[in-house]
Write a protein that binds this ligand. Structure first.
Ligand SMILES: Cc1c2[nH]c(c1CCC(=O)O)Cc1[nH]c(c(CCC(=O)O)c1C)Cc1[nH]c(c(CCC(=O)O)c1C)Cc1[nH]c(c(C)c1CCC(=O)O)C2
Length: 355
């Protein structure tokens, strides 16, 4: 494998000294980029794009051609696992993801097949190894998965949801059935992420987009417990280097200490948590990733720059911070404003890393 030319993302995740704060954006390859929309049109639709190895590689690299980003993230989706489990994923324009089949009963859970990621999700593994080869050591490649709880919400609801009524009905009414579903998903995620790591992913992130809709005890029981099982089951060293694990629970700011206790290397923060306060709470147990409100990208460029400076100063001196948005970039953002955000991190962060 080629030597990594820019490893500040991996170094910051391990709390090792860096020259400036590394930066990447959740959903950095996406609809806000005209070149992404053109490639998606060429592929036909979003799912065909995920399954087309050269084109999935192309869109992964697009944001890196525009901006001085410090990491690439595999172009795929968290819903590939439920799709491989036979639920039939499709996207209806403007309505988000949908499944042809839903999971509502004990019999539904028992009927779920055991999947083998390397064969059942071979298109993802092919994308990882192709992207890794094309990156040629420019920056590290991040692999990812959804958390079992977040995947379960889509599988039980049949798509996106406002109140997660069916999922909570199952969790509170028949907890043993929900636990069986979550356990099955955790095993699938471990196999899936280990497959991505073997194919060349140099760090992995678990997206727990909906953990924050649970109460404290329910978060521990239905979401965090299974993310810990995944952390314990992952390959943590490959090619002579640590493979860091990032856990991102949206709206999980009040549970930072328990998230850090899972043994992950970094915690992703949304913008509702003060990053300076978060750092004081977790100390140097984990790195912190985040956390500018993605909607700030609609503000004037000078305002974006001020916000970047504010977040850098709240985190303070030293390593352990990976700059990111607090959630994914949205389709209507002007790519020049995304550029101003990244440039501000590059230009303003070096002074926080002087020894
Ligand atoms: C909940 C969730 C999903 N997918 C994902 C999550 C968790 C992340 C989070 O918390 O934001 C994760 C995801 N989805 C996508 C990535 C790619 C990597 C990246 O650049 O960060 C990642 C990491 C591409 C995508 N995934 C999707 C798109 C847009 C599809 C398109 O091109 O039309 C992209 C670029 C589709 C998708 N897939 C999903 C949704 C809700 C949507 C949006 C549907 C819509 O707005 O129409 C499920």
């Amino acid at each position: 494998m080629t030597e990594l030319k820019n490893d500040r993302f991996l170094r910051a995740l391990m709390r090792q000294p860096v020259d400036r704060t590394p930066v990447w954006m959740m959903r950095q390859a996406g609809r806000y980029l005209p070149e992404y929309r053109a490639t998606r049109a060429q592929a036909g639709d979003f799912l065909s794009l995920c399954k087309n190895t050269p084109l999935a590689c192309e869109v992964t690299l697009q944001p890196l051609e525009r901006y001085p980003l410090d990491a690439a993230i595999l172009f795929s989706d968290i819903l590939t696992i439920p799709d491989a489990l036979g639920l039939g994923l499709y996207f209806e324009t403007g309505e988000g993801p949908k499944f042809r089949k839903v999971i509502r009963t004990e019999a539904d859970v028992d009927a779920l097949p055991n999947i083998k990621a390397e064969s059942d999700l071979d298109y993802v593994m092919n994308a990882v190894s192709t992207i890794r080869r094309e990156l040629n050591g420019r920056v590290p490649l991040i692999g990812f998965s959804g958390s079992p709880w977040t995947l379960a919400t889509y599988m039980v609801e049949g798509g996106s949801s406002k109140d997660f009524r069916e999922t909570k009905k199952l969790a509170y009414g028949q907890p043993e059935v929900m636990h069986r579903l979550l356990d099955h998903l955790a095993d699938s995620v471990i196999d899936y992420l280990n497959g991505q790591i073997k194919a060349g992913a140099q760090a992995v992130q678990i997206f727990d987009t909906w953990g924050g809709v649970l109460s404290g005890w329910a978060y521990e029981e239905f979401s965090l417990r299974y993310m810990k099982k995944i952390v314990d089951g992952l390959i943590r060293e490959n090619e002579g280097r640590r493979v860091p694990v990032i856990l991102f629970t949206k709206n999980g700011g009040q549970w930072l200490e328990s998230i850090a206790d899972t043994g992950c290397d970094a915690v992703g923060l949304d913008w509702t948590t003060d990053i300076g306060n978060a750092r004081a709470r977790v100390g140097d147990r984990v790195a912190l990733q985040g956390n500018m409100d993605p909607t700030m990208l609609y503000a004037p460029k000078q305002r974006i720059r001020e916000e970047v400076e504010d977040i850098l100063s709240r985190y303070g001196q030293g390593t352990g911070h990976i700059f990111n948005l607090g959630h994914g970039i949205t389709p209507e953002v002007d790519p020049e404003h995304a550029g101003a955000f990244i440039e501000a991190v590059v230009e303003l962060s070096a002074k926080y890393h002087q020894q």
